[in-house]
Design a protein around this ligand. Structure first.
Ligand SMILES: Cc1ncc(COP(=O)(O)O)c(C=O)c1O
Length: 449
């Protein structure tokens, strides 16, 4: 089995029950001695949790008539039916945004936003390195350079104090990422953006209904982007949205996402400006409309479970729940904490995660230092990028990764569980806590394995 699961692989595996790690000594047969049941499962005891977890995504039979209505209507694409605009209105209202545009995916929402905010070939966009790779990709597909602010190890989000030193004459936008549904500390980010006259695109692709100081994520910057991909809290297989407090901005997004045709306040003849096809389908919109109430109910449950987990896990030495910025309310796409092996008798994070998984609590280290994975090396070695930047800039850019000390720490110490687990009853949430406590008691023995 691969050592590091991607976030999506992990979510899929986690919803199917415990991830099957093959480790010597893992789970024995049914005739365990009573004394052994108290041991970690990986040492031959019984797992704390054996019931699996809520599968994800979920389907409701009650949705079927409405979905069939869409298919039977023959109105399948954006411009032939009413459901995409209905969803846009509902999503904007839910978030308190002025207007919303639905898109084919979160990635295309980011691409449209970058175009509309005039990020062009040879520009630079300051973003967070601790994110799903689509954040990097969207910037690269604009032939712009993703320049990384450092990650704050306490919050796992962009450290606002690290932004200003990254601004160059080429910087065109700032793109904070509300990772795992945890809001970034937006006030200082917006302040530095204002000071340098830079627009802000919020990557809220994991932050449906997350809040910061009374405002929903996706409504604080110039544009906010969401994903409704299958693993998400409100999924439609693929899907995305852009929100804004500016009607004109969303109209501009609409134009670009629909082959450069006029929309709302932006008038023109035919395809009067550049564009692409990033439209949402009617069936996606219907699925989303059907899940809006569910999203709100489940968000409250996840929050309650996460608050409880944080209060309990914080009592265990070497486990540090994530800190939210003042006035922040997360929605916990993943529930993450940081793990300090030094306080666990040197038990490595990998061994800790294997032992926790064996207890029936699937977990993941999530993102690694993916700027070393080759994607950016390939981009900066390309003919286009060499044309757009000096060799000196590309060299200093590549060297700058080594300075991302906060992010390195985060990538080496984070452990996360899936959002579906937070929807479980309190007795199952207690299993998560009991499993971590049990492993702590045996950390010395586990470290020797
Ligand atoms: C932080 C982040 N940004 C962007 C995306 C891209 O969204 P999509 O997969 O819908 O294209 C995702 C999706 O997982 C994401 O988590």
């Amino acid at each position: 089995m691969k050592k590091n699961l991607t976030r999506r692989e992990f979510i899929r595996a986690g919803t199917a029950g415990a991830v099957a790690f093959s480790w010597p000594g893992a789970r024995r047969g049914p005739s365990l001695l009573a004394a052994e049941t108290a041991k970690p499962a990986i040492l031959g005891g019984s797992p704390v949790h054996s019931g699996g977890w809520l599968p994800w995504p979920q389907w409701r039979e009650a949705w079927e008539p409405k979905m069939l209505e869409v298919y039977r209507s023959g109105k399948w694409f954006r411009l032939s039916g009413q459901w995409v605009p209905e969803f846009e209105t509902a999503w904007a209202r839910l978030l308190g945004a002025r207007k919303c545009l639905a898109t084919a995916s979160g990635t295309t929402a980011l691409q449209v936003s970058l175009h509309v905010l005039d990020v062009d070939a040879g520009d630079e966009v300051i973003t967070s390195p601790y994110t799903f790779i689509a954040t990097y990709n969207a910037i690269l597909s604009a032939r712009a350079l993703p320049v990384f602010a450092d990650t704050d190890p306490a919050t796992l989000t962009m450290n606002p104090a690290s932004i200003e030193s990254r601004i160059t004459e080429r910087t065109r936008a700032i793109m904070p990422v509300h990772i795992f549904g945890m809001p970034c500390d937006m006030d200082p980010i917006l302040a530095v953006a204002r000071k340098h006259n830079l627009p802000v695109i919020e990557d809220a692709c994991q932050a449906w209904l997350a809040e910061y100081r009374g405002k929903k994520c996706g409504t604080m910057g110039d544009l906010g982007c969401f994903s409704f991909q299958e693993s998400k809290h409100i999924p439609s297989g693929e899907g995305g949205a852009i929100t804004s407090m500016s009607e004109e901005m969303i109209d501009r997004c609409n134009v670009y996402h629909n082959c450069g045709r006029s929309a709302g306040t932006i008038k023109g003849k035919g395809s009067f400006t550049r564009g692409d096809n990033y439209r949402m389908m009617q069936s996606q919109a219907m699925m989303l409309l059907l899940q809006i109430d569910k999203l709100q109910t489940e968000t409250a449950v996840r929050r309650e479970s996460a608050d409880y987990l944080s209060a309990q896990l914080a009592k265990i030495p070497g486990i540090t729940p994530v800190r939210l910025p003042e006035g922040g309310r997360a929605v916990w796409h993943l529930y993450a904490f940081r793990y300090d092996a030094a306080q666990w008798g040197g038990l490595s994070r990998d061994k800790f995660m294997k032992a926790l998984t064996a207890e029936g609590i699937p977990c993941s280290s999530v993102y690694s230092e993916q700027y070393y994975d080759g994607l950016l090396d390939e981009a900066i070695a390309s003919r286009g990028f060499k044309r757009l930047w000096s060799a000196e800039r590309l060299r200093s850019y590549r060297e700058s990764f080594d300075g991302l000390k906060g992010n390195r720490q985060v990538c080496a110490t984070t452990v996360a569980i899936g959002q579906n687990m937070l929807l479980a009853p309190r007795t199952d949430i207690d299993h998560i806590i009991a499993a971590v406590r049990k492993l702590k008691d045996y950390s010395g023995e586990l470290a020797k394995l």
